[in-house]
Design a protein. Structure first.
Length: 202
């Protein structure tokens, strides 16, 4: 983690003065805050595949996912923030680009699966949100959009599904032609209106 970021956090934690904490928070957002489309992708079936075929088998699939995912995200104008276990954390300047990358990735994995044994098929679920995040060295990012995209991609979406928060969906130009079913989700007591996108795997 960035040294300056850590120092400011420690100052905030140690301060008992509301005005000083407010100033430190403002400084953190000024120096590390960015507005991004947050993209979080999770591979499906970790526990079952690991139990059935062993960790080496699954790790090999994770590696294939990573080497396939990074160039697609970068070609679509995004940036991989990090790979963590079987998850990909990425960000884009626009929600439209994040959604386009999500669709391309699902189509790519679907095409790859046509040429592999079922035990090596890769299926992913994706969550997307939009808003302010703290982007720090490592790299890593933090903020409400990261938490919400993570909940959608890891906990709500199923294999092949792309969930987009209503906030993010409203950022997509109407001429982009994306559509989906609106859902009023309740996650950990928090209302999170979202869309499950409609698209073809072909």
């Amino acid at each position: 983690m960035d040294k300056t970021f850590e120092e400011l956090l420690l100052k905030y934690a140690r301060s008992s003065l509301p005005e000083e904490r407010e100033q430190l928070e403002a400084q953190l957002w000024s120096e590390f805050g960015q507005t991004k489309a947050v993209f979080i992708m999770d591979m499906s079936g970790f526990s079952l595949l690991t139990q059935k075929y062993g960790i080496v088998h699954y790790l090999s699939m994770v590696k294939r996912m990573q080497v396939t995912t990074r160039p697609i995200i970068e070609q679509m104008g995004g940036e991989v923030v990090k790979f963590e276990a079987d998850n990909c954390f990425a960000m884009f300047d626009s929600v439209k680009s994040a959604v386009e990358a999500a669709i391309v990735l699902n189509r790519t994995f679907n095409a790859m699966n046509e040429f592999t044994d079922d035990t090596f098929d890769i299926r992913v679920s994706i969550g997307i949100d939009f808003g302010n995040v703290l982007l720090v060295g490592g790299p890593d990012y933090f903020g409400g959009p990261v938490n919400r995209a993570s909940k959608l991609g890891e906990d709500i979406a199923g294999p092949g599904e792309i969930y987009v928060t209503e906030t993010a969906f409203n950022q997509i130009p109407s001429e982009a032609g994306f559509s989906g079913e609106r859902l009023d989700l309740d996650i950990s007591g928090i209302r999170l209106p979202s869309y499950i996108l409609s698209y073809s795997l072909a």
